[in-house]
Design a protein around this ligand. Structure first.
Ligand code: ANZ
Length: 809
């Protein structure tokens, strides 16, 4: 099939687009807002491995959509860049001594080449990389804005620390294994360690991050994951007296209606009262228990399936509703980081409390039932129902009981209504070299001072060794000349630079804004340009970013919005997640399985157009699908057939009606499907069309030109080449999209049902408007009807044209 010279064609058009800047876009104020579109891809981390076949999937989808929109007359912003700070380059530097900037920039060059070899229509004048000082100057600038607003603060908190990697890891970067917690990267042991960290107060935005989801056109599954991650719970904080002590034990509960059933209390091993209230007799057991708990992760501790463990403190609390003395236990299923770090246990109505009570023989009192009557419980009854055994509140349905009890609690000063979020503040520092330095210094005897805006960026110094110091500090801590400086207030006092760096998420929180104005050295982006393009109309990327990146970026954007720096309070109006591409064997692609498909090889052998089109033809964009070499051949054969047709004589004669109908149906289907991102079915329709016209020896121009335009977003190189062969001097990139004639797309064939005595017995495929007599003849000659009528007499036939033939016997 060598007659389709894809290599030559693809190189030619890629060079053409680049040198003519075909896809660079300028703001034109005469274009109305609704005619502008911002279509964004999740920018890649430039890994040493280069592009994998998952990248072109999302990138092809947005490229098709952008090319289509341009032909529809839209002004389209479609940029690309690199998320170029990150751990792999630093780890590589530790072993080889090569500066992370050097490897990162090599990788970027490789990525750019690979991306360009796929013919994507990015505006390369807007390319950015998050590791450049011109970029991270603004990341630092935004951090200072947050610091000024009180949204960035320092805290000493227990974090996952990996000795081997020499860094703190986020919860999501830690795996629970039978050998204990391990780093996701490299499988090294990790431990809990209290360290001073920079934190961002994302919790202050919890409610708005929740509410904002309602107006977004995002997959429901992603919204659900964000809601769950934020985890809003409503209930009350209630104070219990501790027998023999001044202090109260405060708990958070979402079920204040079950207070009469609280038969014991449980506090977290880290709870500040543990030491105080533990009796002499229990000291040793408590100490041992706490040591064990420290080795577990939150996930492990709260795992429902896990066998409950615990230890009695020896102390008692007083249930403020029953006045009963109830024992205070310690258990690791209570997290110090949630609510108040203590609970009232209601074993009759909470699964974990039930298990715990069964194991340690604690009393179980039912206080809610389905019908207001007590029953024999064999497990916790966790549903809502009617309160029982609850004094004056008995007989109330759960919702009402909650409200009444909360009012009672507030009136009697036992506590107050409370809301809790699972969302925690964002640990925003890493003990690494290859990241954005914090623009702050620690002044001797005076704490933190911001570096003045005029001195930004605070650039990364050159270092000799990238190895972490092992004390939990970043390699930057070892560079005295950089660390030691003077206080920015001019007081002449000694100051030390912050040696932590920002996490990789920082740069990706706002990169979509820098594309708007990438060379501006006065602002991160001008107001006009933000106003012109924002918000992003379509954002495409992997579902693995469901919470972290997509939640962090939304938070960051809301902060900028509150500062009056952006014009919308949400950055990404519509989100689409491409499905994962699995190996030919149906397994996730991985080096160790040996099932990785390399896009470079495919491009070399079959061309970028074949790869693009194949990835779109595999199935709906959002679903997970396995690679199929056969499928790739199929698409390549299709493009070869298209190429061969383009080599036939083009004639100016009027096409046959049947071919015109085929064309207009194709225009209609490809238009609708491209508009709704249903690329696989659009391609199937183009294939049908090619089969329908393939037997023509000469091709009427009227049948060919529109097809070339329809194909262009999908296989732009071959389309441009064929367009040129048709005699056009200019790229088709901005040529108007073909129109269809609705009349030519209406199906002529219709289905008429045949009934016998009102029961449907057969269906006839006929031409629309077949005359009554012909319909009756057709019905009576139908095989099934003939059989059914064999020995019957037909009394009457009632026929409604285009609809029904009813035979009465
Ligand atoms: C009494 C009770 C009775 C509860 C009942 C539940 C059911 P969410 O929805 O996750 O917010 N809880 C409170 N703080 C906790 C902590 N630090 N660690 C572990 N568990 C904690 O759940 C809130 C419920 O989880 C609270 O309501 C509390 O148990 C428990 F029939 O209080 B409940």
């Amino acid at each position: 099939m060598k007659d389709y010279p894809f290599q030559k064609i693809e190189k030619k058009w890629q060079d053409y687009w680049l040198s003519n800047k075909t896809f660079s876009v300028k703001e034109d104020p005469t274009v109305p807002k609704e005619k502008r579109k911002y279509v964004l891809d999740m920018f890649p981390y430039p890994s040493a491995q280069g592009l994998h076949v998952g990248h072109p999937e999302g990138y092809t989808a947005t490229d098709i959509y952008c090319r289509y929109l341009r032909m529809k007359g839209y002004k389209v912003l479609h940029p690309m860049g690199f998320d170029s700070f990150g751990l792999p380059a630093e780890i590589y530097a530790i072993t080889t001594g090569t500066h992370p900037r050097i490897t990162t920039e090599q990788n970027i060059n490789k990525f750019r080449k690979q991306i360009q070899a796929l013919g994507f229509s990015y505006d390369w004048d807007r390319e950015i990389s998050t590791h450049t000082p011109e970029y991270y100057k603004w990341t630092q600038w935004m951090f200072l804005k947050m610091y000024e607003k009180g949204l960035a603060y320092m805290a000493e908190i227990p974090v996952w620390y990996c000795e081997e990697l020499g860094t703190v890891l986020a919860n999501e970067e830690v795996l629970q294994t039978p050998e204990g917690p391990r780093s996701e990267r490299g499988n090294h042991p990790v431990v809990r360690k209290p360290l001073r960290q920079w934190m961002l107060k994302i919790t202050a935005y919890a409610d708005r991050l929740l509410e904002g989801l309602d107006k977004l056109d995002w997959p429901e599954s992603i919204k659900a994951m964000q809601r769950n991650w934020i985890g809003k719970s409503e209930g009350a904080n209630v104070r219990f007296k501790i027998k023999g002590y001044e202090e109260n034990l405060e708990v958070f509960t979402t079920r204040p209606d079950t207070l009469f059933g609280a038969t014991y209390m449980v506090i977290a091993p880290e709870h500040p009262l543990v030491e105080k209230i533990t009796t002499e007799k229990q000291k040793q057991a408590v100490k041992e228990y706490i040591e064990k708990a420290q080795l577990k992760s939150d996930l492990e501790r709260t795992d429902l399936a896990k066998e409950k463990t615990g230890v009695f403190t020896g102390a008692y609390a007083i249930n403020p509703f029953t006045q009963q003395e109830i024992p205070i236990w310690i258990s690791d299923y209570i997290l110090m980081s949630y609510g108040t770090g203590a609970i009232m246990a209601v074993p009759a109505h909470d699964e974990r409390d039930w298990e715990f009570a069964k194991k340690f023989n604690l009393p179980i009192i039912q206080v809610v039932s389905r019908d207001g009557k007590p029953q024999e419980l064999t497990e916790a009854f966790t549903e809502e129902g009617i309160s029982i055994n609850s004094g004056q509140f008995s007989g109330l349905p759960t919702k009402e009981a909650k409200e009444k009890i909360i009012s009672y609690i507030e009136e009697n000063k036992l506590g107050r209504r409370a809301v809790n979020y699972r969302l925690r503040d964002w640990i925003f520092s890493r003990q690494r070299y290859w990241g954005e330095p914090f623009p702050v210094v620690h002044v001797e005897g005076d704490g933190v001072q911001a570096v003045p805006y005029s001195e930004l960026p605070v650039t990364l110094p050159e270092v000799k060794s990238y190895k972490p110091t092992g004390t939990g500090e970043s390699p930057l801590a070892a560079i005295k000349e950089w660390v030691e400086t003077n206080a920015p207030d001019g007081s002449g006092r000694k100051a030390y630079r912050e040696t932590n760096t920002m996490p990789q998420w920082a740069g990706s929180c706002w990169y979509y804004l820098r594309y708007l104005d990438p060379h501006n050295d006065k602002e991160f982006a001008s107001k006009d340009k933000i106003e012109y393009w924002m918000p992003v109309d379509l954002y495409v990327g992997g579902a693995e970013h469901a919470v972290l990146h997509l939640l962090y970026a939304r938070f960051w954007h809301k902060v900028l919005y509150d500062l009056g720096l952006v014009n919308t309070d949400e950055p990404f109006m519509r989100l689409v997640n491409q499905g994962m591409i699995l190996g030919e064997d149906g397994e996730k692609m991985s080096k160790s399985r040996g099932n990785v498909v390399n896009p470079d090889d495919i491009i070399k052998e079959y061309g970028a157009d074949s790869l693009r089109m194949y990835e779109m033809f595999m199935g709906p964009l959002e679903v997970t699908k396995p690679w199929s070499t056969k499928g790739l051949y199929g698409v390549h054969r299709f493009l070869t057939r298209v190429w061969r047709i383009s080599e036939r004589p083009i004639v100016e004669t009027e096409p046959e009606k049947e071919h015109l109908i085929a064309l207009h149906k194709t225009i209609k289907k490809v238009t609708n499907d491209t508009d709704t991102l249903n690329f696989n079915t659009a391609i199937a329709q183009m294939m049908t069309y090619i089969n329908q016209i393939n037997n023509l020896k000469e091709i009427p121009r009227k049948l060919w030109e529109p097809f070339v335009l329809l194909l262009a977003p999908y296989a732009p190189h071959i389309a441009e080449e064929m367009w040129e062969k048709l005699g056009h001097k200019e790229s088709l990139a901005y040529h108007p999209w073909p129109q269809y004639d609705e009349k030519l797309t209406i199906d002529k064939k219709i289905t008429v049902v045949v009934q016998i005595n009102g029961k449907v017995r057969a269906k006839l495929e006929t031409e629309r408007d077949t005359p009554k007599e012909d319909l009756e003849k057709l019905a009576l000659s139908n095989q099934r009807i003939k059989e059914l009528l064999q020995d019957k007499t037909v009394k009457k036939i009632i026929t409604v044209p285009n609809k029904i033939v009813n035979i009465v016997i």
